[in-house]
Design a protein around this ligand. Structure first.
Ligand code: ADP
Length: 281
């Protein structure tokens, strides 16, 4: 009798725990989505420029095409060139719009297989116009030998975007010649590591653990949720994230995530001379 009651109580507790856990996971997803929106808002102007510029070019080029068509002797070569350019501009605007839509999508995609370098390059492209406006160079160092991973792409991309956005904010007072964010990857045994390094104001005397506390912010318009949400996402993938002081000034954020297929490590070349400027990709 007592055993039956105890078992029933245990079963009830077990069910409550499961319900709480799934509610907690749901809340975490909602929070990640909300901070993605906040992040997109912060990226704002630069991202829209990436869409507005090709659209303006399309308008200009289609007006030229109309003029060409109105001429008596139609220059087919010139028209063909214009059409090809129109196509390119349309694709550029469309690709950027797709990246934005993907960023803002409310979907639980779950884990999928993809190339980490493509995901990082995609994230950097979203920020490219904003970086250019702030005269910041984005450098990619894809050092991981086997870049295939199986993660929730959207969520991990949100982490990379957050770290890039923070790195750019931290360099507001950095001399222009040093305004450079380096994103690199490297194999770390069964894990893959993504490092985002900047030459910003760094952390002063602050303990780096404080940065990951919810609502901790030193920015006038900061929310203080970017890093805690990033940590939640990374830990949900079985990984870890930490902030380090960068020798010579600035910060390095290191994200380590498990991926399938362990690789032998390869040393990271953090020197700015090594790597591919995003604009060249
Ligand atoms: P928010 O960006 O809204 O302030 P975050 O959680 O993303 O929220 O960041 C918390 C704080 O961590 C920032 O306000 C800033 O003080 C510090 N921080 C984050 N990234 C960097 C960085 N790259 N360099 C220096 N400080 C940083």
């Amino acid at each position: 009798m007592i055993l039956a009651a105890a078992l029933a109580a245990l079963a009830w507790l077990w069910q409550r725990l499961r319900a709480e856990r799934s509610r907690c996971a749901q809340l975490q997803r909602e929070l990640a989505h909300a901070t993605r929106f906040a992040l997109a808002g912060q990226l704002g102007a630069g991202v829209l420029t990436e869409i507005a510029q090709p659209l303006a070019a399309i308008l200009g080029k289609s007006a030229t095409a109309e003029l060409l068509l109105a001429q008596e002797a139609i220059n087919r070569n010139e028209l063909q060139r214009l059409l090809a350019e129109l196509n390119q501009e349309g694709e550029r605007a469309g690709a950027m719009a797709q990246r934005l839509v993907a960023l803002l999508a409310r979907r639980d995609a779950g884990p999928e297989a993809f190339d980490v370098h493509e995901m990082v390059a995609d994230a950097a492209r979203v920020l490219q116009a904003e970086a250019a406006a702030r005269r910041i160079e984005l450098i990619l160092q894809p050092c991981a030998l086997v870049p295939q991973v199986t993660w929730d792409r959207l969520q991990v991309q949100q982490v990379v975007l957050q770290l890039l956005s923070n790195a750019m904010d931290a360099m507001a007072d950095t001399p222009a010649a040093m305004r450079r964010v380096v994103v690199s990857t490297r194999d770390a045994g069964a894990l893959i590591e993504i490092l985002v390094s900047d030459r910003g104001h760094g952390f002063g005397g602050r303990h780096t653990d404080a940065l990951f506390q919810p609502w901790y912010t030193t920015k006038a318009n900061g929310l203080g949720l970017g890093l805690p949400v990033a940590r939640t996402i990374v830990e949900a993938h079985g990984g870890g994230i930490e902030a380090r002081r960068r020798p010579g000034g600035g910060a390095v954020f290191a994200v380590k995530l498990p991926r399938q297929g362990a690789m032998r490590g390869r040393s990271l070349q953090e020197d700015r001379a090594v790597g591919v400027p995003l604009a060249a990709l």
